[in-house]
Design a protein around this ligand. Sequence first.
Ligand SMILES: [Zn+2]
Ligand SMILES: [Zn+2]
Length: 275
Amino acid sequence: MPIDESKPTYQIKVLDVATLEGIDSSFLVNKYKPGEVIGVPTYSYLILGDEIPPILVDTGVKESQLDIMNRLGMTATQTEEQTYEAQLAKFGLKIEEIQILLHTHLHIDHAGNDDYFTNAKIIFPRKELMFSVADIMDAQYPPEYITYLVEQIHVPGKLRLIDDDMELFPGIDLEMTESHTWGSMNIHVNTEKGHAIICGDVIYSEDKQCIGNEIFTEVTAHHKKEGFAYGDRSTGNFWNLWAAKAGVQKIMAEADIVLPIHDPLVVERYGYEIG
Ligand SMILES: [Zn+2]
Ligand SMILES: [Zn+2]
């Protein structure tokens, strides 16, 4: 999609906030090399612009409790430089300056540190809170911070639970999607480099799911066929396979810049600053 000239453009900064290890490849890409264990980064995204307050997308693994990932058979590490304090400082910001938190979803490695951001309003789909409380994906929704988020319902003005797609600011759109969890959300951002979509865990590996895959060759075939949406292989971690595959295709058809939370291809391509 081309840049929308009628709307402002924004900058997106990549925050590298944790490293996850011990993940089976078939968890990342459905049925891909089961038994092969790899590591991935965990990112948050900072959205900045002249007319908007600083926005942070996702808050990573709980810093005071990194062993929380053991519940999924994974490990999380975080260097001093990967803390939110240090990552935000790279861009001249302090934790208390973040005014809006958005969540792609509420899995164990995506909303762990919301309690740091005492000045932020938190926005995500109501369905995701319902899904996380209902325990449908078990250990992926840890009570330690899901309970905290439920409590914020009772803090006036703290949580905004959305029920439909919405324009947050001109050029920043929130899209409900069921493509990873029931209440996942994509964040569309107009940038000078094109239409960016922060897509949470709908895509773990753009390369293996959408561009080239030495085992599932239909991915490569789709990629090469001009005018057709790219390969639609889902991740191995979904609540609904149909929705997961459809969501991958939609993102690949719409985005110039695909920004998953765990895909090192983002930094390889763009570095830590986009637009
Ligand atoms: Zn997830
Ligand atoms: Zn994740």
